[in-house]
Write a protein that binds this ligand. Sequence first.
Ligand SMILES: C[S@@+](CC[C@H](N)C(=O)[O-])C[C@H]1O[C@@H](n2cnc3c(N)ncnc32)[C@H](O)[C@@H]1O
Length: 447
Amino acid sequence: MTRSEIAALTEHYSGLSERWQVNDRQTDYASLVKPTGNSQEPFHRWFKFKEAFSHALFDRLIKDGGWRPEKHFTLFDPFAGSGTSLLSALELAQSQGVSARLVGVERNPVMHLIAYAKLRAAAEPKRVGAALEYELEDFWSRYRSNRRKPRALVTPSVTLNNPRYYDAEHVRSLLALTRAARGCSDDVVRDVLLTCVAAAVEPSGLLRKDGRALRFSPNRSAVHPVMAFQGTLGIVQEDLSTSDGFEGHVQLAHGDARLASPMHESLWADWVVFSPPYPNNIDYTEVYKTESWALEVYASEDDMRLQRLSTLRSHPSVLFPEEYHYPRSASADQVAALIAPILRCIPADRYAKGRTQLIRGYADDMFRVLQQARRQVRNGGHAAVIVGNSAHGEGDQRFVVAADLVIAGLAEQAEWMVEEVCVARMLRRRTDDDGWMRESVIVLRAA
Ligand SMILES: C[S@@+](CC[C@H](N)C(=O)[O-])C[C@H]1O[C@@H](n2cnc3c(N)ncnc32)[C@H](O)[C@@H]1O
């Protein structure tokens, strides 16, 4: 890579920026692309998901889009994560007295479980609240009985079995809670209790989520899992007892945003709102592996590897198959032209292969996601894609992958109209990296 390749990349990005309206909307959006306020909001606060956007983002998007909910609306989020957008839409439907169909997809089994538990509980809080109270006594008696058989409380997880990270007594307690929850007869109550276990995993050990990784934090103290569990359970009971139900329908598939699902055949969504993984090396399978092992969603390391392989190609933690779909599409040349200047900036070092795969794989995956989303939205409907740009390489080899501009370009190839690239937040000072390090909301219309 030479300086001229970096200069060519800057020119490429500047050219793309001229194609669309790129507006500075930091005043309105900077706090909304982060999980601002989620830890105080009913239902949202059941599990801390650092990569979520704010519960208030959906409201802002529909106000700015001039969109008014009719008697009935449909929202689709193909990267549901902790369920923020769907939950916010459910609250909007409740407050406006309209009915809603909320449809989502999520690939990570633990995030899927948590989001679906929150959504189904929020949809019928009174029934779930009563069922929870009914099941609790049996739940605790199963927990005590599990605790009396400590030799059965084992996990294949190398991380949970590392005594530096987790006290063995805490691991046994987490597994006993999980198995007690799995014995519930009501499947929403079961998943609500498993959500409380998931929320107890980080506080009961010495690993903290820190951006891309789990970091060993020996100076912090770990609380007993039952205490942490009961803390979340109290919040859950409060939220269930103080909320009203909602009219509508919630579906959340444990699936892949790149693929069509029979569930979506007649979707015709009014809005598609999503935040895909950013091309910044965060591997969600890795960051949420302790919760996954504690909830016993993997039986072996192999299961976890398969989970990694099924995620979006936004990280190089695993060698993904070299499969690219866009060369088979009519837009092949345009898609290739969008990423060629980025590929030319990759330094010829030991990371070159991984970085090339990441950029090509990410563009290919996002192209498929945008094509699927376009098929599922009605004509005249809208999409909002929340994404962050990321820097790769060091020193004068450093270059920025402007995911917002690449996604806007891919969206056009997938037959969306780009209404606006709204810059929500600068991730560094404006002068660094020529101002490309930012998080944006890309607003699209199905023309
Ligand atoms: C940025 S997070 C979404 C956060 C979400 N908007 C919220 O507020 O909670 C991206 C999510 O995409 C999920 N994901 C990764 N690959 C996926 C795929 N192929 N299909 C669907 N979801 C996927 C990750 O597990 C992660 O939960």
